[in-house]
Design a protein around this ligand. Structure first.
Ligand code: ATP
Length: 515
């Protein structure tokens, strides 16, 4: 449709409108119909093959004016200058990009108003420049350019450049680089192993195991942010303990820590449990209404435990709350804004559940901003004596006793697999503290599940060694173990081993044990 046709259309419309509404509508339909018809005819004439063939037969593609027309219509900005930098040709895209008028610029010297343009370098050395990205000062834009020298009979006579505006891309690239280095910096900060000592809330959670100490360092750093943390690990490894430590060392520590055990809430009660309800919301509801778990976590931390046990319908409800950070109580349509930090945990493989279609990927992304994987106790054996002594101290305080472990028991504990992890260890220590009638807990008090470890604690698979070698091996391991149990306190280790101080130091030297 031509522009003038469009104007006629408007004038006709305005004119007729002053007469009558019905005529106006019919006339509008008529005008639109005729315009569509006319423009269709235009299109057909545009693709008139005979006419096109005639033009081609006139050798149009070698015709200078047609070639210039083609150049003019190319969407990339094109400029041709001669050896003196005089501008000989620019196309329409160039005028648009640099906001220049053809008449104003043709014949002028480019070196006068764009002295730093790369095209001057091509004029100097006759070498092409391909994919060159540069900033054009006069237009304050960034362009990517291909610049070719123009030779005539071997003599350099000028250069041609075609350019594309990449200002937005360059800005995006700069932003991307900025965020890349920021992410890198934050990653290094987060995972930096040589960081300062752990804050108090994390200190007591581990002693020697490097992997776990590093996890604690990450957790302590992330605690100061509001990022969602996702903790996974086998049952009893200490996921809830970790969540508590993060909360305690966060800026929300004075706020509530609300645990929601996803497997413990029946599907029918979920909404009222989580979101609360208004008075009279349903039969049997408390007449004063009740606030839900999310609302009671306001200003603090929500710990979503066993998140892998959630039904898909429950996941949808959770996702909405996490996205919008607002809830509606059952029986009310008033939205309540909430402010809480989310820590979730599971002992299930969520990646596998996503593959199986039983866990939503979008929910996974929302909860899993900083992942923390807690290793099982069998992979951090060096801390077993520490945990055992820590729990024994607690139990002694509870049951008003004074007990210690014999080194042998601590060695047995260190060799056991602990399928129930720290929870199992804590339970065993409590049982022993209750049952043991003597000051020192020896292997006699251990249940039959430790029989394998009792039998092989020193010998292991070395029973084919000659006796003197076997004794040396057992001695060496007993000393190392006593040192581990006492956290390298030599006086206590000597007491545990029941040997003289002199004998202890001789053996340290003999077995090359570094303390
Ligand atoms: N690092 C630790 N230091 C001291 N006690 C710990 C530590 N980790 C765990 N415990 C103790 O072990 C027991 C189990 O810990 P917790 O409940 O945090 O484990 P969990 O991984 O959340 O278990 P589940 O997956 O079954 O919910 C608790 O009694 C806890 O006090």
């Amino acid at each position: 449709m031509h522009l003038c046709q469009f104007y006629i259309f408007i004038i006709e419309l305005v004119f007729i409108k002053t007469f009558h509404k019905t005529i106006y509508i019919w006339y509008t339909v008529y005008i639109i119909y005729t315009l569509i018809e006319r423009s269709t005819q235009d299109m057909i004439s545009n693709v008139n093959l005979n006419e096109a063939q005639n033009i081609i037969n006139q050798d149009c593609f070698t015709n200078e004016s047609i070639l210039l027309k083609i150049l003019s219509n190319i969407p990339e900005a094109i400029i041709v200058i001669d050896i003196n930098t005089k501008i000989c040709f620019i196309n329409d895209a160039y005028c648009r990009l640099f906001k220049k008028d053809k008449q104003e610029i043709i014949g002028r010297l480019l070196s006068k108003f764009e002295p730093l343009a790369r095209i001057h370098d091509v004029l100097k050395n006759g070498e092409p420049m391909v994919g060159d990205i540069s900033h054009i000062h006069s237009a304050n834009i960034d362009v990517v350019a291909d610049i070719m020298p123009l030779f005539y009979n071997g003599t350099l006579i000028g250069a041609v450049a075609n350019m594309k505006n990449v200002t937005d891309i360059i800005h995006m690239q700069i932003e991307l680089d900025h965020f890349k280095s920021l992410t890198q910096f934050l990653k290094e900060e987060l995972y930096n192993n040589n960081s300062d000592n752990l804050p108090d809330s994390f200190k007591h959670l581990a002693r020697q195991n490097k992997t776990f100490v590093n996890i604690l360092k990450i957790a302590s750093k992330v605690a100061s942010t509001d990022a969602s943390v996702f903790i996974d690990g086998e049952s009893g490894v200490g996921k809830e303990v970790m969540a508590q430590a993060i909360h305690s060392s966060s800026k929300r520590s004075s706020g509530p820590f609300i645990k929601i055990n996803c497997s413990a809430i029946p599907e029918s009660l979920i909404e009222s449990e989580l979101f609360g309800y208004q008075s009279g919301a349903f039969t049997g509801a408390n007449s004063n209404g009740r606030i839900g778990r999310f609302e009671s976590a306001n200003g603090g931390t929500v710990f979503l435990d066993e998140i892998g046990e959630m039904s898909l319908s429950m996941q949808v409800k959770f996702l909405r709350v996490l996205q919008e950070k607002e809830i509606e109580r059952v029986g009310s349509n008033k939205k309540i804004k909430l402010d809480f930090r989310l820590i979730s945990a599971t002992n299930r493989n969520l990646e596998k559940m996503i593959e199986d279609g039983t866990f939503r990927l979008d929910l996974f992304y929302r909860i899993n901003v900083v992942p923390l994987r807690i290793p099982p106790l069998r992979d951090r054996k060096e801390d077993i004596p520490y945990y055992a002594n820590l729990f024994l101290e607690e139990m002694c305080a509870t049951y008003n006793k004074e007990l210690t472990f014999s080194p042998e028991v601590l060695r047995i504990f260190s060799n056991y697999e602990w399928p129930g992890n720290i929870r199992e260890l804590k339970n065993i220590v409590e049982q022993l503290a209750i049952l043991c009638s003597e000051d020192i807990i020896t292997s006699e008090f251990l249940s039959s599940k430790f029989d394998k470890q009792i039998g092989s604690q020193y010998i292991g698979n070395s029973s084919n060694l000659p006796l003197n070698k076997l004794i040396e091996k057992v001695e060496r391991e007993a000393i190392i173990s006593a040192l581990q149990c006492t956290n390298n306190n030599k006086t206590h280790a000597i007491e545990m081993l029941g040997i003289s101080r002199r004998g202890f130091y001789q053996k340290l030297e003999k077995y090359n044990i570094k303390t």
